[in-house]
Ligand binder design. Structure first.
Ligand SMILES: *Cc1c(COP(=O)(O)O)cnc(C)c1O
Length: 398
């Protein structure tokens, strides 16, 4: 047998972390890495946050799982705290981002198909080029990326793709069967590409005009990452439905689909469910994250650190015009766009300078530190990045 016990769908690298300490990961050999990847925007409180650990430990000792057939004081409390700080009126808890997007897609369809006065022929969702919404059948179908489709035909019917940030193209796809629009306000895997204000405001206006559900995928950009609790706040709009995950559990698997009362009108008894979704253990983790991040002081600190990091990155790339093209993003969701495929530089930073970032589409390096970084981590980051840029040999092929 040559297949590995772990199904070989990930090209795993040689870094094998066994422990986390605040903003660092320590591998099997004791090597310390500065973690500016945060498990891809997950560990927003770093790796050994006392409040989060205690909440999980206490809840694990009290009650870990019960069925959604029973009342859920823990779920009600976390849902209420999300409702309090967002556009939403109601929340469905999931265990991952893809499940949150799945629920969002179902909610958008059911809005039309499972309501009095609705239109049962509406099912299409407009999505955008280079989007990433997860790896389930519905969520790969929601992306136009052929590399995610290959080998998995047939896709789920009902998605139409427009170029990202192109309002006219989105408008042109609206027809009698359109149910909604699904978009990442800031594309993550696609290369930390923020949508423009005009685009987001325009999508909101189109949705209003045609009675479409505006569905935001804030799985990566949400939960304080950009300096507001959700990124939509910075666009001066509100969605009808929002998918959130990654940071919301701080490292514990947790996601949610948040909707307005109107948008959720089709999600009636028996239409949706999840065995684990909303279990007390996940709720405790989510509550600990909310306590830490859903306050003006924490959000202001993220904005301040984000601006500082961005200003210094912009100065820094001026020293290496052959390597870097620009810096983009919001808050502590930053992208460093390179002049060639970013993966070799990302590998160089990781293997030779013990700095963890994430490669992304459009020649971009993703910089996604824990939101709790301080001056020491920012200094260490620039030390490693500078050393990495100075010692990097541009690949022949570039
Ligand atoms: C990571 C991600 C997902 C999928 O989340 P999983 O937890 O891996 O299922 C969906 N949408 C966006 C924007 C993401 O970044």
């Amino acid at each position: 047998m040559s297949i590995t016990p772990l199904m070989p769908v990930y090209p795993r690298c040689g870094v094998r972390p066994v422990r986390g300490e605040h903003c660092h990961l320590i591998d099997e050999n004791g090597t310390r890495y500065l973690d500016f990847a945060s498990g891809i925007a997950v560990n927003l409180l770093g790796h050994s946050h006392e409040g989060l650990i205690r909440a999980i430990q206490d809840q694990a000792a009290t009650l870990m799982h019960v069925s959604n057939l029973y009342g859920s004081p823990q779920g009600e409390a976390l849902a209420q705290s999300l409702v309090d700080v967002t556009f939403g009126d109601t929340v469905f808890f999931t265990n991952s981002g893809a499940e949150a997007v799945e629920c969002a897609i179902k909610t958008a369809r059911a809005y039309h198909q499972n309501a009095e006065g609705g239109d049962a022929s509406r099912f299409e969702i407009i999505t955008f080029h280079n989007a990433f919404h997860g790896r389930t059948m519905a969520t790969i179908s929601a992306s136009n990326q052929a590399k995610m489709h290959h080998g998995f035909a047939p896709l789920l019917d009902g998605f139409k793709y427009a170029p990202f940030d192109d309002l006219e193209a989105a408008k042109a796809l609206i027809g009698p069967h359109t149910a909604g629009i699904l978009v990442e306000p800031i594309q993550g895997e696609g290369g930390i590409r923020p949508a423009s204000d005009e685009f987001m405001k325009g999508l909101r206006a189109l949705a209003d005009e045609h009675d479409l559900m505006l569905v935001l995928d804030e799985v990566q950009c949400g939960v304080a990452r950009t300096g507001t609790f959700y990124a939509y706040e910075q666009y001066g709009i509100e969605p009808d439905i929002l998918a959130t995950a990654k940071g919301i559990g701080g490292g514990f698997p947790l996601g949610a689909c948040i909707a307005t009362e109107k948008a959720a009108r089709g999600m009636t008894f028996g239409t949706h469910g999840s065995t684990y979704g909303g279990n007390p253990l996940a709720m405790a983790a989510g509550m600990a994250v909310m306590k830490a991040v859903a306050n003006p002081e924490f959000l202001a600190a993220v904005r301040e650190k984000g601006e500082r990091l961005r200003t210094r990155l912009e100065q820094f790339i001026g020293n290496y015009p052959d390597l870097f093209e620009l810096v983009r993003g919001k808050g502590l969701m930053l992208g460093l766009k390179m002049k060639f495929e970013s993966r070799p530089f990302y590998v160089h930073l990781r293997d030779n300078h013990q700095l963890l970032t994430v490669a992304a589409g459009d020649n971009t390096i993703r910089i996604l530190p824990p939101l709790v970084i301080g001056d020491a981590e920012i200094e260490e980051f620039f030390d490693k990045l500078s050393a990495g840029a100075a010692s990097f040999a541009i690949p022949e092929a570039a």
